[in-house]
Design a protein around this ligand. Structure first.
Ligand code: SAH
Length: 413
């Protein structure tokens, strides 16, 4: 029997026996679980999801074009999806960050982490007095103006920019869009603070939303190994790991990135924080694979701490094998440049590569590099990028702090 609701939403019926994940509050319903979708329900509209007997299970939004045809918003039959609903969910996510120890004193953070903040498809980062919104689904795309206005009201920020350029939008039938949604347009460079360090961020043209706040906690953990050390920061982007390392007392940092604008911003960031780039760093524009390969035979290119923070290599199952080869290769090459007793901080932000698999990949890299490697710390995305337990898919960033042990392999080399 279905419960009476104030609003009547069209009902999507599940096939018999497919309700278990819905009851366990997984937010996604794949096309294969669905028996029927009423014609009157437009893509992007709110729908009820019912079991094969017509009993209410949950309520969410529809997109027939996506493999994930419904994303769930509530399991409460009484909860109407109106402006007040969106405001409540946004406010709860924002309040969580306000109380989060890990982000205190930081002005770059994730405010809304989509499914893991019970707002499927919506990602919002705060960067200083501006917000960057990413609409990952059709329903969020349709409502982004309203959501931006609510966010402006709830945060008191100056303006909200859209950077909806993620590949996943194609699966929803959406093209890439960017621009100002509400409020002021941000200046070409916005300054954010992370643990007292200042970073210039280009909101409209920077990568992703402009700053990788998911690595905040890991930058702290890695910096703690850097006092007095020679550090190699590969895939450096605007040099955030490098600046944390220098502030932690590093003797010298080499940044490598293929993006020249990112390295230019890294130099701006160094100066802004009182480090003369010529004294403290070498910034190399190039392909990490190539540069690390070239250095294997050069004994001057040996480091005490190496950071590997590559982009997402595994976009989907089809690219998995190639991605794993890539991870193995850069880790093998990095281990080859590590001094005995040196530390490797290695990351993968591919959601499809779980921590166990990533550890196996690094293990086989260590075998090939001929190094005895100890695992010191395991790392993950920072706490402003939470993972709802109902949505393990939200876990994507994993990392290890490893040590190349001083063993006979080194002394005999
Ligand atoms: N560690 C950074 C974020 C890295 S994002 C931080 O903490 O802010 C990944 C970076 O890798 C991007 O800046 C991208 O330009 C760079 N990149 C991607 N492929 C590369 C390659 N083959 N060689 C060098 N840099 C690469």
């Amino acid at each position: 029997m279905s419960h009476p609701t104030m609003h009547e939403y069209p009902a999507v019926a599940l096939k018999p026996g497919r309700e278990k994940p819905v009851r366990q509050r997984h937010p996604w319903i794949f096309s294969g679980a669905i028996a029927s979708i009423p014609n009157e329900a437009a893509d992007g509209a709110i729908v009820d999801v019912c079991d094969a007997q017509g009993g209410f299970l949950a309520r969410g939004y529809l997109n027939r074009r996506s493999q994930i045809q419904v994303r769930l918003l509530t399991w409460d039959a009484e909860e109407v999806i109106d402006t007040a609903f969106w405001r409540r969910r946004l406010r709860a996510a924002i309040a969580m960050r306000a109380a989060l120890p890990e982000v205190q004193g930081c002005t770059a953070l994730r405010l809304i982490n989509a499914e893991s903040d019970f707002l499927p498809g919506l990602t919002v980062d705060r960067l200083g007095d501006f917000l960057v919104l990413q609409a990952g689904t059709l329903a969020i795309d349709q409502r982004k103006q309203m959501l931006a206005e609510l966010l402006l009201e709830l945060t008191g920020c100056r303006g909200i920019v859209e950077r909806s350029e993620m590949a996943v939008r194609r699966l929803e039938g959406l093209a890439a869009v960017s621009g100002v949604l509400v409020g002021e347009a941000p200046p070409a460079s916005v300054e954010v603070v992370e643990d007292g360090l200042i970073f210039a961020v280009d909101l409209l043209h920077g990568q992703k939303t402009g700053f990788y706040s998911d690595q905040r906690t890991n930058r702290r953990r890695v910096a703690a190994y850097c006092a007095g050390k020679r550090v190699l920061n590969a895939f450096s982007y605007t040099g955030a790991f490098g600046l944390h390392a220098l502030r932690g007392g590093a003797e010298h940092v080499v940044n490598i990135d293929s993006s020249v604008p990112a390295l230019e911003l890294a130099e701006v960031n160094l100066r802004r924080n009182g480090f003369d780039p010529d004294r403290w760093t070498e910034n190399i524009a190039g392909d990490v694979f190539q540069v690390l390969r070239d250095w294997q035979t050069n004994p001057e290119r040996r480091y005490d701490v190496i950071i590997l923070d590559p982009p997402k290599f595994a976009q989907n199952q089809a690219t998995m094998e190639r991605a794993l080869r890539g991870y193995k290769e850069i880790n093998r090459l990095a281990l080859g440049l590590l001094r005995p007793g040196g530390v490797l901080a290695t990351f993968s932000c591919s959601g499809l590569v779980g921590a166990d698999l990533f550890q196996k990949v690094v293990f086989s890299a260590a075998i090939d590099a001929g190094r005895d490697v100890q695992l010191l710390e395991t790392l993950r995305q920072s706490a402003d990028h939470p993972v709802a337990l109902t949505f393990p898919e939200g876990e994507y960033l994993k990392g290890f702090i490893l040590r190349a042990a001083c063993t006979s392999r080194d002394t005999n080399a």
